[in-house]
Each structure stands twice: as structure tokens, then as C-alpha cells.
Write a new protein. Structure first.
Lengths: 1059, 538
């Protein structure tokens, strides 16, 4: 609608200047204001209905128009409801215009150039998330704010910590080893995903999610993954606004693995009592000792001074209390202003987060300046810039801390060891456990400081030489400067500590490692657009070219054996430092075109085509072409009879097909701090010079690296088609949309592991094919809309099925990720990915076969499929209630139909804290639902042969047969989360005027919570199934590991003031 | 109105022409713009002489892995106190994951193959070609002796054979012997030129370019192939050149030093890291091996005190039987029991024995092993020579290596020359074991006793040096003798699951990577760690 309105505007101008030709009877004046906040609305069209007489309101919202004696004035503006007013006898007509949410949704940004088209023209599915919906839960991270809100969009928080990482996937995974994350487009410029998690959410005006490849095809490579189009706020002309807000949130561990609370340290390796209960041991980290009895027992060896620590032998929940309550403070400021020629928006944000791991801290700042400026009548200049520095001061030992905590018997109250500097039982020398460090010491001593500076900006010049033709030139730039410093103090144990008991304490050398990474992404667009209406046809033609350049520069160095303790500098090390550097550069050129033909504003056909040339591929393969086509048909506009009844307010049928290409050569995935989509220089085998200590003085040495690449690598090609419909009923009281899609990706570029006997271990080549299909549904109902009260409920539903068709002639499976004995695998003919590992040997009925003498089960000899790692079904359910200044919203998310491997399971069973280990009271037991093989294919139910040692520490539970059998720790991944709940209240203006005078225009107070509750499947008593060892960039989902601290909940309050 | 329209069309045309020209110009420069994919970080080709020292150093690293495998299975070491989780290492119920790092030898062999490919037919590089070829044979024998059939004829060919077939181990042995002939011929051809081939003094971190020594190494490897294969292989060329065998230890040393990543790998694994942190403390000497030093079977205070911590104190050197896990098992001191300084531990002090110091060369082939091979070959009349003389020279060479310090010199102690000290110990060793045919060859009455003496002494000479070779010889000959289940009688694990009489495994399994990535060729289904034998095994 916007473009049409802009054209109208021009038309009105033209006619207004020649209005002397018309008969003038009298002059009507008035002021146009916003119904919401009473502010002046400049630029509103005022037209006498049925004529061409009209004008536009000025910066104060005032207008003046000569009109005939009678008539009706039509006031219209983009995003506001058009209002008609009878002039009658009045000379002054003031109006208040209400915002029109529905009309706003018609404005959508699509196509490579940021060229605007109405959603009704689009043949592919899209969704809009408004600023209000996005920020309701006050998440610090944009990705977190999107969770559960859009059909087809899956966002996983793959880890915990002060700034968790998120994986953003649209319509499931397509590429087996390549990038599957959605393309992020910020103010019309492609940016790396990391920009999204480091931007100020309050700067976002709206987000458009293009689920399919079709609508995104023009963005080029990576559009096969769909796109998130982010538009930041702009100033409004004639309206100056200042906002302040402050938000405080608490972050608390929300879920801890279920543990046994009956038994403490020791085990049968130390011997057993006559009643077969195992001995207590004062050192043992495994909780396979006797049952808690409350007696005072020694903990750890005697110290050098002869003192001995004693401890009541009971369960203490100290491990849970190890984790802190984190505090997040977020302060926001924004100012926007504008006049007829220019607009200006300025915002700032400062966030500090303290984490649940003691001593962890994260701070982030954001500054944004956006503006537009008209130069004459034909040139528009706009710019968007943002500067976002952040820093982490965190422990680098959190995974070890968690592992060690899981390994400490619960008769040990770890909180008693907090003061590791002064408490002689808590210092490394005196700590009771010879194998593990005091977690408080680890947290304090092993530190990491990361700093990031993001600078993003773009400058656009739009030249309109003649009506209908736009020439656009745009330069976008994203840079990231990343530095990391990881270090620890040395610790020299006393001779006594080193040689006491297990003598497992060994000196810790001091270390210092530095890492820096500068990345930049430069994108240049040149676009021409021509728009023309001939009779019932509207034709829009776009042609453009794009140049993209990725630059990365990495440097890392590390020294060990620090000489002066506590001085963390590379020049304070001893010996040969480790060091390395790398420079990567890749370029892409694209030429694209798009034609849209509209008929009577209810039928639209769009075709696009793009050709890319990519520097990372060999000359003969570097060019690739991909087209798309789509159609949209507004049935409710085309068939007048539908419009006449009150039931259907909007019905659209749409469909599209597309082909997209993606170059996937591996790239820098896993290199901290770099943009992850590079893959330069991969075509030739390389040599390394720094292995085995080389160079030794003047003696240099090189070794052939272990990867070979098929030199004729081609891009991965995704074919996708989708059909769908949007239907609104009863004057939009019910809004809905349904989309079905299917996609196929072939030419998968896969780095397959090959036999070392080839001389190499990896072979990168084009093989493999995946297939995806799914259903996306959105439905919202507003059953109550009475006066000021409005209630809307609804949600989104997604069904996803992704399958690996083939991998290669050599292999039918490919390991993507591993955690312990579990593997996330792409396997031909299976859903993508599947969890594989060892299971118990079973009879045809699925019962576990045990040995006829020992009663022990045995593991399968090879890995078997244990589950599907991708949720088949996802549901987001939300509700919104507004009443006057009150706004209440709630959002639940459900994911189901998948499994997850819990990496902490084997560790907990090893340590004896695992809940499973006490289910038979640590006594001899008959393996449940087991059979004994009595002959070929004959099995008899086992009712008598029990496993003799039902304890651990030499018994069943800590033995390999239990811990190495992967299936013991594969559980349902199903969960329901209370993602967000928020309640806000706009103070009534009467109250504000009373206290704030004329300065304060609005005050909002709100309270919100995120991830307050997590309900998981019964068999999962480990951790959040969203966590993934593969991290945000890896495709091998479905596995988590002990490196991940427990999931947290956030809750807090916000105060916002508008000036 | 009409005029306006034409003007508009004209303008449109002009704009499109500009656009077309612009795009054309961009396309024209497109190739230059995109030709930026040459690697600026790593070389994509390198002169072969730069690869050689790296490949040799990598061989030393792999040998450290082979030694660990040999010391754990082959009876030289046992689990230490204070550690748990030994699992298959002590039960012998191996999975494809156990010792799978040995298979990485192929990565090392690829570097030698690169050198061979780059220098083949290049008369100026005959020496480098020959040395790389000898090392390739050395590496393949390590693999065959650990796994039996392995990929050979199609191996190391990159993209050409992605799933190389497994060749018969006996055929590989024959091919390796021929390959060594070819290497010797290449060196001799080079030596016959007036203008000699390029010297490899700099890249050769074993013999400093002495090609005669390379020929001797080739002959000794060939002898090892012959002796080990016995009658199981009919060699195409069963003769050995008359150039002789190794008379000195072949040590790899790129310039090891007490520095990050630059220490002798065995020192780094067991003794100390360069910052002074202790190495692996999960293993200690086996009770079985100690009986060959502590007078139970043989009295050897000379080598015993030179290689074990607190050997002189009764019970000072902690030992254990493999698989025995209980409280009270000796715990390893910092630097391990193979770091022989007594009582007061002085970190980093270079010393005698098997670890010596961070800068010691890594033994690739001991002179002692060469002599014991010759002794057996003489005994079997495969070569001419006196078995007893060669046996005694072998013992002396072993004592000599044991007393060698990391700088290559031999500790003199109170003697005025090192030679005198070695001679004294050699004589004394024979004297204090005067009734023992394992030390005094002339007391060995039968062929079997003579063979037992040779192999037992070789087993001792290889203790913690090339432990895997000791393990190979046990499997071939059954020596040193094991009996019963006591810690002194056998080195088999207390918790062995082996079905064999000696309660030992017969081999390790092919690695997981082969099972996964070369499944159509790997003979894993028929491979059992208790019944499947290396072709030369008993």
C-alpha cells in the first residue's frame, strides 16, 4: 500500500499546486493528531471525497483547504486508518487518526534491494513480528525474543551462560554439513548472524520472517535457508520523542538434574561390611558408599598441620547452591525527531549481566544513529549505523566445574569451600579431593575475557529521475573485532599435598593465550526499479547487481609456564610460544532481476532470476543460476460476492517454486569470533609447518595436511515449492494462514571421513541429497473486543519432516557430532539427523537379553539408531489481553516427537549421584524386562538370575555396560516451556500530568518473566533438551554434554518513561 | 503531453543503456575480481627435503604411541595406584577404539610417500628418495606387526583409492624387502656418480646424511623381516647385501629441547612437561619385568639402577600386576618410576635409563636389537656369524645405551673412560648371573634355550624403549617364558578375559575409522583379539 500511497501523494501535490483552476467556495482548516498519544501528524493526505482537491498537513499537523460548500474530507496516511468526516457547516475540522494494524501488515520488505512490496503480492509465506511482540519478555538477545512466536521458525538456545547462543533455523535442516541458519538482513543489508545476537532489540521497528527460499531467492546464496528481515526504527517527521527505560531481571537456575540422595562417598572397591553394604571412603569421589546415617565422618586426608575435617554423613543440597542468582540490568534511551526533509533516530543501550557461575559477567553497549534526508525532489539519502561493543569476563572452567560438581558426593557441602584463599580445607593444598579442583578455585583462577566490537552501517542513495523509476545505490558494511584472553595463575602444591594419599595433585602451570579476529563484510548493491500501471495491469521490473566481499584476519598466540605469577602477558612465558595467523578473503558477484505483474490488484505473478559468481569455487564451476516464480490470488477481492457477506474479510491463495544455490566448503565454523560463512582456499591440499615443535632453530619441516578436495565442487542446490492460504474471518476477528512446503537439496557438499590408509582423513566432495516437507499454521482469534477490553488467543503450529535421501556411494551415514558414546548422524533414509549409539542386545520382542549366569546384559556390537533429533511438531500458544492501559501477554512453546541424548547421564552414573543408580537400593537386582537365550531364537523370561553387584565403583552402575550403553541416556526431548509472560501498565495521563507536569508524556511499568517453567518428558531428568553440543553453527543436533550449566529462568521488572 | 511521453521513453532508454553498460563492465572485470582463491596462509606445495625432517619427527611421535601399546600389553608396565577406569586395557576385551592411534602411522607414511613421489626418477635426489623409501618400509612393518593384513598396494593414493583394499601380510613383507633392495640400489647408484646426488645432511636428523648407515639400517630392517617371517614367507630375493647391519643406535633427534612441544616425546609423556608439571602417573613398572633385574630371575643392578627410580632401595621401585586394582598399590612419583634419580627428585636433571632427558634422541632402531636379530639369524644359519658373540655384543650395546645420557655421551661415573665402565658392568653382569643361561649363552644347552636367551635379552633391551618389538617377539617365540598366574610368573592381567592358555590377547582390533570408512575391505568380522593371529605368531 505504501508505494501506491506515495504515488498518490505525488499526484496530490501536482494537483494541489494547480488548484487555482478550480472553483473555490470557502476554506476549511484543522489539526490532525494521533488518537493514541495526541501528537501532531504531519504529511497526512486530506482529500475532498470524489474530487482531486486535496492537501497535506504540515509539521504541526495543520492543514488548510479550499472546498466547495458541501462535501466529505478523507484523511489518510500510511499505517493509519483512513477517516472520512462530513464538513457540514464547520470551518475547522480537527481529526484524530487511529493506527491501522492490518494495513501496517500489508507493508513488507522483500527482494534483494529492500524493495517494498505489499504482502498481498507475495506468493510465499511470511510472518511479521512487531516491536511490541518481540520485546514483551524483555529478552536481552533478539533471537530469544523470537522464540516460539513464528511458525516454521525454530530457535534453540544451544547453551547457557551470560549471553547464551542461539541457533536459528527455518523449515528444518537442509544442508548436511553446510550452513542451515536463516539469512539475516538488517536494513536491507545482509549481516552475519552474530550481529543479531548483539543488537539492541528496542531499535527494531519490525521483523519479517520469510520462511521459504522463494521470497528470499534474490538475496543470493544462503537464501535457501529463508531470511529474517530486520528493519530498525526511523525518526518521524514533525514529532520529537524521547524514551527512557530501565529493566532489572534476575536469572536463577531453573532445573537441576534429579539425583539420588541416599548414598554418599565410598564403594565396594574398598571392601564390604558383613551385610554387603560397601565401605565408606573419605577421599572417594564416587557416591557408592553406605547409606547416609548422619554420623560424623572424616572428609579428605589430614592436613600437614595434623587437622582433620569432619562432616556429618548426610545429604546436603550444597551443589545446587553453588550457582549464583544472576542479575541483568538494562538501561535504554532513545530519541527521534524529524522535519519535512529529514528524520533522525538516536538510541543507546547499556546492559550488564552477572551469571550463575560465580564471577561471570557480561556487559554490552549499543549506539544507533539512523537518518534520512531528502535532497531536492529526486534524491533520498538514508543511513543506518550502529556501534555495539560487548565484553565477557567469565570462567573458562565452567564445564569442568559442572563435571566436578556432579562428581562430588552429596555429603560434601561444597558451599563450605567457598573461601579457597583462607579456609585451609578449601585451598588447593587442603581440598579434600585429590582428583578434582575446588570449583570455587577453578571459577576464580581459570578466566577468560572476550571483547567484541560490532560496527554495522549502510548508506543508501535513491534517485528518482522520472516517475516510476528508482535507481538505488547502497553500500553496507559490517565489521567485528574480537579479542579473547584466556589465562590462569600457576599453583605450586606443597610437597605434603603432592604426596598425600593418592598423590594425584600436580602443579598447575600459569597460562596466557591471546586470540584476535577482525572480520568484515562489504556489500554493494546497484538496483534499478521501474513501476508502471497500464489499465488493469501493474508491472514492476527490477534489475540489480551485487558485490560481496568477506575479509577475515585471525591471530592467536599462547604461552605457558608464566614466570611472574599473575602477570598475563605473552612476554611472561617460558619456552616456544604457540602462535598462528590466517587471512581469508572471498568474493561473490551477483546479477539479478525480478518482474511482478499485478492484475486489478488481486492477482499477482512474480518471477525472479539470479546468477552468482563465487571466488571460492574453481573457475569452471563458479557461475550458478537460480530462478523462482510465485503467484498470489486475493480471492476475496476478485469475487465481489465474498466481500459482501460479513464472514470472510480476506482470503488469499498463494504458491511458489524456487531454486537456490549455496556454496558450502566448510569455512570457519568453530573459529571463535569470525563470520562463519567463509570457505576460501579449500580447493587445494595444504602443508603445515608447525607440527611436532617445528621449526627447531634453523631446521624447518612441513607435513602434508589430511584433507583432500574434489576440485570440481559445485554449489548445493535447493529446490523448493510451497502452497498456502491466508484467511481472515468476521472482520479480522479470526486471522489464519496455512502453508505446506516441500524441498529437495542436492549436490550436498560433504567432507566425508575416509580411511586413514588413503593417507588422508577427510574428503570434500559433492554427494548427498536431503528432502524436507512441512506444514505451518498460524491462527489467532479475538473472541472479546468490548470497549477497551480486547482478548486475543492463538498460536502457531509447525510440522517438520526432514530426511536424508542419500549421502554417497561410499557411505550411508555421516557423523556430524559426538558426545560420549552418542553420535548425531546423517543417515540415508532416515530423518535428519538421528541419534545413534549402543543399545542392549535384545530379543525380537525388544526385551533385553542377559547372561544366564551373571544376569548381565551386553551391548550391541555396533551403533544403532536410538532416536530422531529434530522436533516433528512445534506449537507456540499465546494470549494477549488489553484493557485501557493494561496489557497482559503469555506465550507457551511445545516441542514434541523427538529424542535427545543427555551427556551428563553417564557422568552422573559414574559418580553415583545419578538417580538411576539407586533405583534398586544399590542391591543385587534382576535386570527389568530381561530374557535369557536358551537356544537359537528361543528366549525365556528372566525371573531369577540377578546381577550380583548392584552397587557401583566396581559394580553394575559405574561399569561400562551401563555407562557405555548409549540408549540408557536417550530420552524423549518433548517439553513445554512457559517462554514469556508479561504484564504492563501505562499510567493514566491524568496521573502523569499531576506528577510529571508537561515534561513527561507517558509512563509504563511492567513485569515480565522468561522461561519461568519447563515441563519435560518423565524420563528426562537431566537438562534442557534445547541444549546442543554442536552449538549454534553445527548441524549435529540432539546431543548435549556436561559442559552445559543448568537451564535458568529470568524474571524482572521494567520502568519506561516517554518525554 | 505527447512530447512529455517521448521524453520519458528516451530517458528510460538512456537509463537502461547505462545499466547494461554498467553490468557489462562489471562482468568484464569479474574474473580478475574473483581470482583471489590462492591460499595465503599455507603452502600448497613444498620441496620434499623440507618434509623429511618433519616426517622423521612424526615417526618418533608415533613410536611413542607404539611403545605405550607395547609396554601395556607386552608386560613392561601395569596400572598404578590412585587411578581407575583401565577397563579394556586390563581385561583385554578390546574394542576398535583401543590403541586406534597406531593407525595414524598412515598419516606419517603419506609424508614419506609424498617425498618418494616428488623425487622418483630424479637422479639428484636419489639419497632423499632412498631414505624416504626405507622409512616407508619401517612404518609398514610397524603396521603389519600390529594388525597383520593392512592396506598397502592401494594405500596412500588419496582420491584414487578412497577405500584401499587389504593386502596379505606375507605379500607386504615380501614387497617391503624388495623395496629395501630398491632403496639400497638407489643409494649405491648415487654413490657411483661422479657428481654425487644432493646430500641430505640437513634434513636427515637420524644419520646426518651418512648413506652407508642408511644402507645398514635397510639391511637390518630386512633382517628383521626375514627373521620374523621365518618360513611363512617365500621372499623373492632372500639375500641380504654384504654391507652389514646397524652397529650403532639409530636415534631421531630434530633438536629436542626442554621447550613447549619440542621435548623428546617419551620424556614428555612420562617424565615432565616443559613447565615442570608431572607426566602420566597412571602406569608403573610391572612386577614381572622387575624379576629380570631384582635377582628373582636375573640380577641386573646395573641396568636396573640406571632406569628405575629408587631401584637400590629394597621395594623402592613400586610395581604391580596388570589388572590388580585395590588400595595400597604403589602410586607413581612425579616423573614416573622410569626416572631413576634417587630419593631427592631433581626435576629436569638429565639422567640414564630410558627417559634420559627432554633433549635425548628418540630410538628408532637400537644397535642391541640389531645384534640380537643377527644372533638369532646366525643361530638359524640364515647369516654367517657366531650367535654367542653377537648375543654378548647385544647385551653390551644395551648396557651402553642404558648408560647413555641425552647428549649422547656415556656416563663415566668413577671410571676414567666410559668404555671401561661399560666393560666392567658387562663382565660383572655375566659374573653375578654365572649359572644363568639367559645371561651366559654358553650355558644354554639346546636350540630352544639359546633362542630363549636371545629373545629374553632382546625383550630386556627393548624395555620401555621399543616395547612393541618386545611384544612382537613374545608373540612370535613365546619368550620371555610366562607361567602360572602370579605377578612374578606372568605379565598377563589379573582380570584377563582372554581364552588363550597364556591369558594374553593375540592382537588389537582394526580401528573404528576403518570399520566405518572402509567397511567393505576391513576384515574386522574375523578379527578376534584372542584367536586372530599375526601371520608370524605362535
Amino acid at each position: 500500500m505504501k508505494r501506491i500511497l506515495l504515488l498518490c501523494l505525488t499526484a496530490v501535490f501536482t494537483f494541489a499546486t494547480s488548484s487555482e483552476l478550480w472553483a473555490q467556495d470557502r476554506t476549511v482548516t484543522g489539526r490532525i493528531t494521533s488518537a493514541e498519544d495526541g501528537s501532531a501528524l504531519p504529511g497526512v493526505n486530506v482529500v475532498l471525497k470524489g474530487t482531486l482537491i486535496g492537501t497535506v498537513s504540515d509539521s504541526e499537523g495543520k492543514y488548510s483547504l479550499s472546498v466547495p460548500s458541501t462535501g466529505t474530507l478523507v484523511f489518510s496516511f500510511i499505517g493509519l486508518k483512513s477517516t472520512e468526516v462530513e464538513i457540514g457547516a464547520r470551518a475547522v475540522v480537527d481529526v484524530k487518526l487511529e493506527s491501522d494494524v492490518k494495513q501496517l501488515q500489508e507493508v513488507i520488505i522483500t527482494g534483494a534491494g529492500g524493495l517494498q512490496a505489499r504482502s498481498r503480492e507475495l506468493g510465499s509465506s511470511n510472518a511479521i513480528v512487531t516491536s511490541e511482540t518481540l520485546t514483551a519478555g524483555k529478552a536481552v538477545n533478539v533471537a530469544a525474543g523470537l522464540q516460539g512466536k513464528v511458525a516454521g521458525l525454530q530457535i534453540n538456545s544451544t547453551s547457557s551462560g551470560v549471553n547464551p547462543e542461539y541457533r536459528i533455523i527455518l523449515r528444518g535442516q537442509r544442508s548436511i554439513t553446510g550452513n542451515n541458519q536463516a539469512l539475516i538482513v538488517l536494513d536491507n543489508v545482509i549481516v552475519p548472524n552474530s550481529v543479531l545476537s548483539n543488537m539492541n532489540m528496542n531499535d527494531i521497528e519490525s521483523m519479517v520472517i520469510l520462511q521459504g527460499a522463494g521470497a528470499a531467492a534474490l538475496y543470493g546464496s544462503q537464501a535457501s535457508n529463508g531470511a529474517l528481515i530486520v528493519t530498525t526504527k526511523k525518526g518521524k517527521s514533525g514529532k520529537t520523542e524521547v524514551n527512557f527505560s530501565h529493566n532489572i531481571q534476575l536469572q536463577q537456575v531453573a532445573f537441576l538434574p534429579k539425583i539420588q540422595t541416599k548414598f554418599g562417598s565410598g564403594g565396594s572397591a574398598y571392601g564390604t561390611n558383613p551385610d554387603t553394604s560397601p565401605y565408606f571412603n573419605y577421599l572417594e569421589n564416587q557416591s557408592y558408599g553406605p547409606a547416609f546415617d548422619g554420623t560424623l565422618r572424616p572428609l579428605g586426608p589430614k592436613l600437614e598441620d595434623g587437622t582433620q575435617l569432619y562432616n556429618p554423613y548426610t545429604y546436603k543440597p550444597g551443589h545446587a547452591d553453588f550457582w549464583n542468582v544472576g542479575v541483568t540490568n538494562q538501561t535504554d534511551f532513545s530519541m527521534s525527531s524529524g522535519d519535512e526533509k529529514s528524520t533522525f533516530f538516536l538510541s543507546g543501550q547499556y546492559v550488564t549481566v552477572t551469571g550463575t557461575t560465580p564471577g561471570d559477567k557480561y556487559t554490552r553497549g549499543n549506539i544507533r544513529v539512523n537518518g534520512t534526508r531528502k535532497l531536492g525532489n529526486k534524491v533520498n539519502v538514508s543511513y543506518n549505523t550502529s556501534y555495539a561493543p560487548n565484553s565477557y569476563n567469565i570462567s573458562s572452567a565452567t564445564p569442568q566445574i559442572y563435571t566436578n560438581l556432579l562428581n562430588m558426593p552429596s555429603n560434601v557441602d561444597i558451599t563450605a569451600f567457598k573461601d579457597w584463599k583462607n579456609n585451609k580445607f578449601a585451598t588447593p593444598d587442603g581440598f579434600y579431593n585429590p582428583w578434582y579442583l575446588n570449583p570455587y578455585f577453578s571459577a576464580a583462577n581459570f578466566r577468560e575475557r572476550d571483547k567484541n566490537t560490532f560496527l554495522t552501517g549502510n548508506l543508501e542513495l535513491k534517485f528518482t529521475p522520472i516517475k516510476g523509476l528508482d535507481l538505488i545505490a547502497r553500500q553496507g558494511l559490517t565489521t567485528r573485532l574480537y579479542t579473547q584472553k584466556a589465562f590462569n595463575e600457576s599453583y605450586k602444591y606443597t610437597t605434603y599435598a603432592k604426596n598425600t594419599d593418592q598423590s594425584s595433585k600436580t602443579d598447575i602451570p600459569g597460562n596466557d593465550a591471546e586470540w584476535s579476529n577482525t572480520s568484515s563484510l562489504l556489500i554493494t548493491d546497484l538496483i534499478a526499479q521501474y513501476d508502471k500501471t497500464i489499465n488493469h495491469f501493474n508491472i514492476n521490473v527490477v534489475g540489480g547487481t551485487q558485490m560481496r566481499e568477506n575479509n577475515t584476519r585471525i591471530f592467536g598466540a599462547g604461552v605457558s609456564g608464566l614466570v611472574v605469577n599473575g602477570l598475563y602477558n605473552l612476554n611472561n612465558g617460558t619456552g616456544n610460544p604457540t602462535y598462528g595467523e590466517g587471512t581469508l578473503k572471498s568474493r561473490l558477484m551477483g546479477v539479478y532481476g525480478k518482474v511482478t505483474v499485478g492484475f486489478k490488484d488481486y492477482l499477482f505473478l512474480t518471477g525472479t532470476a539470479r546468477n552468482d559468481w563465487d571466488s571460492r569455487l574453481a573457475k569452471e564451476n563458479r557461475s550458478f543460476f537460480y530462478p523462482s516464480a510465485e503467484a498470489s490470488f486475493i480471492v476475496s477481492d476478485a469475487i465481489p460476492s465474498l466481500k459482501e457477506n460479513n464472514l470472510i474479510s480476506y482470503l488469499k491463495i498463494r504458491g511458489g517454486a524456487s531454486k537456490t544455490g549455496q556454496v558450502n566448503l566448510g569455512g570457519l565454523l568453530g573459529v571463535p569470533g569470525s563470520f562463519s560463512d567463509d570457505g576460501a582456499y579449500y580447493l587445494k591440499s595444504t602443508f603445515s609447518s608447525q607440527l611436532n615443535g617445528f621449526p627447531y632453530g634453523s631446521l624447518a619441516g612441513y607435513s602434508l595436511d589430511n584433507s583432500i578436495v574434489n576440485k570440481s565442487i559445485k554449489p548445493e542446490i535447493t529446490h523448493q515449492f510451497e502452497v498456502g492460504a491466508d484467511l481472515n474471518l468476521w472482520n479480522d476477528r479470526i486471522t489464519s494462514s496455512v502453508t505446506y512446503y516441500q524441498s529437495r537439496t542436492d549436490n550436498q557438499t560433504i567432507s566425508t571421513s575416509i580411511s586413514n590408509s588413503t593417507g588422508f582423513s577427510k574428503y570434500l566432495t559433492n554427494v548427498g541429497e536431503t528432502e524436507g516437507k512441512g506444514l505451518e499454521v498460524q491462527l489467532h482469534i479475538t473472541p472479546v473486543k468490548i470497549g477497551d477490553l480486547s482478548i486475543t488467543v492463538g498460536g502457531n503450529y509447525t510440522y517438520t519432516s526432514n530426511t536424508v535421501k542419500t549421502i554417497s556411494a561410499l557411505l550411508d551415514q555421516l557423523n556430524l557430532q559426538s558426545s560420549g558414546n552418542a553420535y548425531s548422524v546423517a543417515m540415508a533414509g532416515q530423518s535428519f539427523p538421528v541419534i545413534m549409539g549402543l543399545d542392549y542386545q535384545r530379543d525380537p520382542k525388544g526385551r533385553v537379553i542377559v547372561d544366564g549366569t551373571t544376569g548381565l546384559p551386553s551391548a550391541t556390537t555396533s551403533n544403532v539408531i536410538l532416536g530422531n533429533a529434530t522436533p516433528k511438531t512445534r506449537i507456540g500458544a499465546d494470549a494477549l489481553v488489553t484493557y485501557k492501559g493494561l496489557r497482559f501477554s503469555i506465550l507457551f512453546e511445545y516441542r514434541g516427537g523427538y529424542q535427545v541424548f543427555n551427556g551428563i547421564g553417564p557422568e552422573m552414573d559414574w559418580s553415583g549421584t545419578g538417580y538411576r543408580t539407586a533405583q534398586y537400593d544399590r542391591k543385587s537386582f534382576i535386570f527389568p524386562n530381561s530374557v535369557i537365550k536358551t537356544g537359537e531364537n528361543t528366549y525365556v523370561e528372566n525371573k531369577s538370575v540377578a546381577i550380583a553387584n548392584g552397587n557401583g565403583n566396581n559394580g553394575f552402575w559405574s561399569d561400562g555396560i551401563n555407562r557405555n550403553t548409549t540408549s540408557n541416556y536417550v530420552t524423549s526431548g518433548n517439553f513445554v516451556k512457559l517462554r514469556e509472560i508479561s504484564l504492563s501498565y501505562n499510567l493514566p495521563s491524568s496521573l502523569i500530568t499531576k506528577f510529571g507536569g508537561n515534561v513527561i508524556k507517558g509512563v509504563t511499568i511492567s513485569a515480565q518473566g522468561r522461561n519461568l517453567f519447563l515441563w519435560m518428558a518423565k524420563d528426562n531428568y537431566y537438562t534442557d533438551p534445547e541444549y546442543s553440543t554442536a552449538g549454534p553453527n553445527g548441524n549435529g543436533s540432539g546431543l548435549n554434554d556436561i559442559g552445559m550449566t543448568p537451564p535458568t529462568r529470568n524474571y524482572g521488572a521494567t520502568l519506561s518513561i516517554k518525554l | 503531453m505527447f512530447l512529455y511521453r517521448t521524453l520519458k521513453i528516451y530517458k528510460m532508454k538512456r537509463v537502461s543503456i547505462i545499466m547494461i553498460l554498467l553490468v557489462a563492465a562489471v562482468m568484464y572485470s569479474c574474473n580478475d575480481y574473483l581470482d583471489i582463491n590462492e591460499n595465503v596462509n599455507k603452502p600448497t606445495s613444498v620441496a620434499p627435503e623440507l618434509v623429511f625432517p618433519q616426517a622423521l619427527t612424526s615417526t618418533a611421535d608415533n613410536l611413542d604411541n607404539f611403545n605405550t601399546y607395547g609396554m601395556q600389553i607386552g608386560g613392561y608396565a601395569a596400572n598404578a595406584g590412585g587411578y581407575g577406569g583401565f577397563n579394556e586395557t586390563v581385561s583385554y576385551a578390546y574394542t576398535p577404539n583401543n590403541y586406534s592411534n597406531l593407525w595414524l602411522e598412515y598419516d606419517n607414511l603419506e609424508d614419506y610417500q609424498y617425498i618418494i613421489d616428488q623425487t622418483k626418477g630424479d637422479s639428484t635426489n636419489l639419497y632423499l628418495y632412498a631414505a624416504a623409501k626405507i622409512m616407508k618400509c619401517y612404518g609398514f612393518q610397524l603396521l603389519v606387526d600390529a594388525y597383520n593384513n593392512v592396506p598397502y598396494s592401494q594405500a596412500l593414493s588419496g582420491e584414487k583409492y578412497l577405500t584401499p583394499v587389504y593386502d596379505d601380510a606375507t605379500k607386504i613383507y615380501d614387497s617391503l624387502a624388495l623395496s629395501l633392495d630398491d632403496a639400497i640400489a638407489a643409494i649405491k647408484k648415487g654413490q657411483s656418480f661422479d657428481i654425487k646426488p644432493t646430500s641430505i645432511t640437513t634434513p636427515d636428523i637420524v644419520f646426518k646424511g651418512d648413506m652407508t648407515k642408511w644402507i645398514k639400517l635397510a639391511n637390518t630392517i630386512k633382517l628383521r623381516l626375514f627373521v620374523r617371517a621365518g618360513s611363512k614367507v617365500t621372499f623373492t630375493n632372500p639375500t641380504i647385501s654384504t654391507d652389514g647391519f646397524l652397529t650403532e643406535d639409530a636415534l631421531i633427534n630434530p633438536g629436542y629441547t626442554k621447550d613447549n612441544n619440542r621435548q623428546n616425546p617419551k620424556w614428555d609423556t612420562w617424565a615432565f612437561g616443559y613447565t615442570g608439571s608431572a607426566g602420566n602417573k597412571a602406569w608403573i613398572p610391572s612386577t614381572f619385568i622387575m624379576t629380570y633385574y631384582d635377582t628373582t630371575k636375573i640380577a641386573d643392578p646395573f641396568r636396573g639402577s640406571a632406569m628405575y627410580y629408587q631401584f637400590a632401595i629394597k621395594g623402592g621401585t613400586g610395581t604391580n600386576q596388570l589388572g590388580y586394582e585395590a588400595t595400597g598399590i604403589p602410586k607413581s612419583p612425579d616423573g614416573s618410576f622410569w626416572y631413576p634419580t634417587d630419593v631427592t627428585r631433581k626435576e629436569f636433571t638429565d639422567t640414564t635409563g630410558v627417559l634420559k632427558g627432554p633433549s635425548a634422541g628418540y630410538p628408532m632402531f637400537l644397535a642391541a636389537e640389531s645384534y640380537f636379530l643377527q644372533s638369532e639369524a646366525a643361530l638359524r644359519t640364515m647369516i654367517s656369524g657366531d650367535a654367542e658373540t653377537l648375543f654378548n655384543t647385544g647385551i653390551k650395546a644395551s648396557i651402553s645405551y642404558t648408560y647413555q645420557l641425552s647428549d649422547g655421551t656415556i656416563e663415566k661415573d668413577t671410571f676414567d673412560t666410559s668404555d671401561k665402565r661399560i666393560a666392567f658392568m658387562d663382565t660383572a653382569y655375566h659374573k653375578i648371573n654365572s649359572t644363568n643361561y639367559l645371561v651366559n649363552f654358553n650355558l644354554a644347552g639346546s636350540f630352544e634355550e639359546q633362542l630363549e636367551a636371545i629373545i629374553t635379552q632382546k625383550y630386556l633391551a627393548l624395555n620401555m624403549i621399543n616395547s612393541h618389538e618386545g611384544w612382537n617377539e613374545y608373540r612370535r617365540t613365546g619368550y620371555p617364558k610366562v607361567s602360572g598366574s602370579t605377578a612374578e610368573g606372568t605379565f598377563a592381567s589379573k582380570v584377563s578375559l582372554s581364552t588363550r592358555v597364556d591369558k594374553l590377547p593375540s592382537r588389537i582390533l582394526y580401528p573404528t575409522s576403518e570399520v566405518q570408512y572402509n567397511s567393505s575391505n576391513v576384515p574386522s568380522a574375523t578379527t578376534n583379539s584372542f584367536t586372530s593371529l599375526i601371520f608370524w605368531a605362535k
